[in-house]
Design a protein around this ligand. Structure first.
Ligand SMILES: *Cc1c(COP(=O)(O)O)cnc(C)c1O
Length: 422
């Protein structure tokens, strides 16, 4: 039988995947976790394409509920882009970069968001829902792309006007079917406050969220770990540039399912609460600080509750090492990797590479660094590090020229409610 899902806070009876997907958060405020973790199916390494492997691996999780053929179609449609493992050379020999950023919005979030969008279409089965999300960066555009044109789904995105980079803004305001973008005259905190207020009192609207706490985004993220590591004979150290820890949680699920990994490293920027926790410190609390790798600027990682439900603190500390790097180190790593190998890394990936440098010197074990964003999303930081701008892939160039559509609203709950009614 496919696993069912319970709340990390223990409330309520186990629910189906469909219910967990549509609810997002459990009714008691906890996060949904699977009641058991199915093993990787025999022969998983033999799949020839990513969608084929993805379908095989997700089958024991979802095939009974979703239907095997429908599941295959969803995965194939969602993951229609390459995820290559790129080896570095010279002094970076032994370090491999798993490039997760070849999807439509050029961040790894496309994997989860696109699969989740298609799973939503299946789960809604003709009903209607509004996905409401506040975003400061990559999540918004990945969700907009992942749900655009999905029958029954309307997406409303909020972002703080003037506080995202030009590339991020263009990606958010590009016209898409069923997607409305609201530029809020305020801060990211204002956006989140408005969204929370409307969720607390939806006044009849059927709302759902699409952030990384949704189990429907997490499960597909297991796939690229298996895909990337399929040909490795020695279990590698896997380095995950981390913020809300969704990516790392998916990696831990993959190893629980049987994927051989020597150890994980959670690589953070100056928002290093989880790294300190792994070193024996308290559970992270408190505000985030702004860094160059802004998609990882998280004070309290939302998926930590899930990780601590699935594993004891002792087990987490044994299986995951925490590292962190300030912006100066990140920029230096970008320059050093470029000088030594010609590889252009974005600032998030470079936080991971900074940890890789320390690790590969120490171990002589293969190291896999997850590359979470395309460098072209962060031209300013790349220019600062290596003195030239990254090449713009055709996909991004097209988006930069796409027609824009957005509305500007004041940072008031009333303004958001009005906009939702229109
Ligand atoms: C969201 C994001 C991260 C952090 O991922 P989590 O799953 O929240 O830990 C890292 N890098 C990039 C580029 C991102 O967009």
């Amino acid at each position: 039988m496919n696993p069912r899902y319970v709340s990390t806070r223990g409330g309520g009876a186990p629910v189906s995947f469909r219910e967990a997907l549509l609810q997002g958060l459990a009714p008691d405020g906890g996060l949904f976790v699977p009641t058991r973790i199915p093993s990787l199916p025999e022969g998983w390494r033999d799949a020839e394409t990513l969608p084929e492997m993805g379908t095989r691996i997700l089958a024991p999780w979802l095939a009974e509920e979703v239907g095997a053929a429908r599941l295959g179609g969803i995965v194939e449609d969602a993951l229609a882009f390459p995820i290559p493992l790129v080896p570095l050379s010279g002094e970076w020999d032994g370090v491999h970069i798993l490039e997760l950023f070849h999807g439509p919005t050029l961040s790894f979030k496309d994997v989860g968001a696109r699969t989740m969008g298609r799973l939503f279409a299946w789960a809604l089965d003709g009903e209607e829902v509004t996905i409401l999300a506040a975003t400061s960066g990559d999540t918004g555009s990945a969700v907009a792309d992942g749900f655009a044109g999905v029958p029954g789904v309307r997406v409303v995105l909020l972002f703080p006007e003037g506080q995202v980079s030009e590339v991020q803004r263009r990606q958010l305001v590009a016209q898409r079917e069923n997607v409305r973008t609201l530029a809020v005259r305020g801060t990211f905190d204002d956006c989140q406050r408005l969204v929370k207020a409307v969720f607390a009192d939806p006044q009849g609207a059927r709302l759902s969220s699409a952030n990384s706490i949704n189990i429907g985004r997490l499960l597909p993220q297991m796939l690229y770990y298996s895909w990337g590591l399929r040909a490795m004979e020695t279990p590698p150290v896997v380095i995950v540039p981390s913020g809300n820890l969704g990516n790392l949680t998916a990696g831990m699920l993959a190893t629980e399912a049987g994927l051989p990994v020597r150890r994980f490293i959670a690589a953070h920027n100056a928002n290093a609460g989880f790294a300190r926790f792994l070193g024996g410190g308290d559970v992270p609390a408190g505000d985030s600080v702004r860094t160059l790798s802004n998609a990882m600027d998280v004070g309290v990682p939302s998926n930590l509750e899930r990780l601590r439900h699935l594993h004891s603190d002792e087990a987490l500390r044994q299986r995951i090492a925490g590292e962190w790097a300030p912006d100066d180190d990140t920029l230096r790593t970008m320059r050093e990797v470029f000088d030594a190998t010609g590889y252009v890394a974005d600032p998030h990936t470079a936080v991971g590479l900074t940890a890789a440098r320390r690790e590969s010197a120490r171990l002589g074990t293969p190291v896999v660094v997850l590359a979470t964003a395309h460098p072209a999303k962060f031209p300013e930081a790349v220019h600062r590090a290596i003195g030239q701008e990254p090449e713009t892939p055709p996909r991004l160039a097209a988006l930069m020229d796409a027609p824009e559509r957005f509305e500007t609203v004041t940072p008031e709950v009333r303004a958001l409610r009005d906009a939702l009614r229109r």
